[in-house]
Design a protein around this ligand. Structure first.
Ligand SMILES: [Ca+2]
Length: 358
């Protein structure tokens, strides 16, 4: 019981009768006053019956039961996960009101009515905005997703290793690259670096359309041109070769079909005979059928010999959709009537273009 003095009664607009027992007339600002007949938390007590609801007498003082907390002398139930709710404010920390019931937020787990964090936000978790996603990830379509150039690993976003990145060993380098002098580098023999990746170099010319300056014998235009890119070499039947007519600057163009980086162009000389006719072969790369608008990859000066294979290295890889191979000097041969007036004849077993499509 609280000790109430007469002065208290007057001040709080209470009418005090007899032994200063206060009677709350609920006049004016009297609602905060502790009623002597209503035991409060914190009051001295002798047993539980003298304590307010949901409290017990502990060490001579009324104390709220577990899961209850004191509020203005009363014991109110601590909101717990699973309790009915009308909105988030009536739910415990780290929980929200879902379908009228307090439920733990994602990444939190209920424990004794509370929500304990069970793990940091992870890639793949539901999200409402970027702030609820882990580092280097964003909220996309309601799910945390790694930024570009990052990849998920154990719920986190790790930078995708790129060619040029520092490295300690091969395992920290991207596919098809190795750690050289502390930097990830492509396996140069068979891979080409592009935008931090290592792309496998292959023959881009195989089976592609071929155009040429002329044709041999009585063939119609285009007949046999595909022999330059049919993948077949060591051909002894001359009609299975690529074979222009006689002219000073014969050429062939291979249409790659899409943008590529070209590292080298390889010309396979015929294996049957007349190999010395191949000389001063220049390879160019670009996006035009106009020779003058192409970039020079390099020139095989020669002369060649029957059955030889010549790799024309571009040095720096050249971008383009077209590769053209052309004899750029009049024939040096003077002891054959067919070569009169410097005319050439471009005859090849095969042409391969080493590079990568972008
Ligand atoms: Ca061929």
């Amino acid at each position: 019981m609280s000790n109430v003095t007469h002065a208290d009664c007057e001040y709080q607009f209470l009418l005090c009768v007899g032994s200063l027992k206060p009677i709350n007339l609920t006049v004016g600002n009297s609602s905060n006053v502790t009623h002597a007949d209503s035991p409060a938390v914190g009051d001295p007590c002798s047993d539980n019956s003298s304590c307010p609801e949901n409290s017990v007498c502990v060490s001579g003082q009324c104390s709220c039961n577990v899961t209850y907390q004191e509020y203005n002398g009363s014991c109110l139930k601590v909101p717990a996960v699973g309790d009915p709710c009308s909105d988030n404010s009536s739910c415990p920390e780290n929980s929200v009101c879902v379908s009228g019931q307090c439920s733990c937020n994602v990444t939190y787990q209920e424990y004794n009515g509370s929500c304990l964090i069970i793990k940091a936000p992870a890639v793949g978790d539901p999200c409402s905005d970027n702030s609820s996603c882990p580092e280097n990830s964003v909220c996309v379509s309601g799910q945390c997703s790694c930024n570009v150039t990052y990849q998920e690993y154990n719920g986190s976003c790790l930078k995708v290793p790129a060619v040029g990145d520092p490295c300690s060993d091969n395992s920290s380098c991207p596919e098809n690259s190795v750690c050289v002098s502390g930097r990830c580098s492509c396996n140069v023999t068979s891979y080409q670096e592009y935008n931090g990746s290592c792309l496998k170099v292959s023959n881009l010319a195989l089976g592609k359309p071929v155009f040429a300056s002329s044709n041999f014998y009585s063939w119609y235009d285009g007949e046999g041109w595909e022999n330059a890119v049919d993948g077949l070499t060591n051909i002894t039947e001359w009609k299975k070769l690529f074979h222009t007519g006689y002219e000073v600057y014969p050429w062939l163009s291979i249409v790659l079909g899409r943008l590529a980086l070209v590292r080298s162009v390889t010309v396979y000389n015929r294996v049957d005979n007349y190999g010395r006719w191949l000389h001063n072969v220049e390879a160019r790369v670009g996006n035009s059928s106009d020779w003058t608008k192409l970039s020079s990859c390099g020139t095989f000066v020669g002369p060649s010999d029957t059955g030889q294979v010549h790799v024309i290295e571009c040095g720096n890889p050249l971008p383009g959709t077209v590769v053209t191979v052309k004899m750029v000097k009049p024939n040096y041969i003077t002891d054959e009537p067919a070569a009169a007036n410097g005319v050439n004849c471009l005859v090849l077993d095969e042409v391969t273009v080493e590079g990568v499509f972008l």
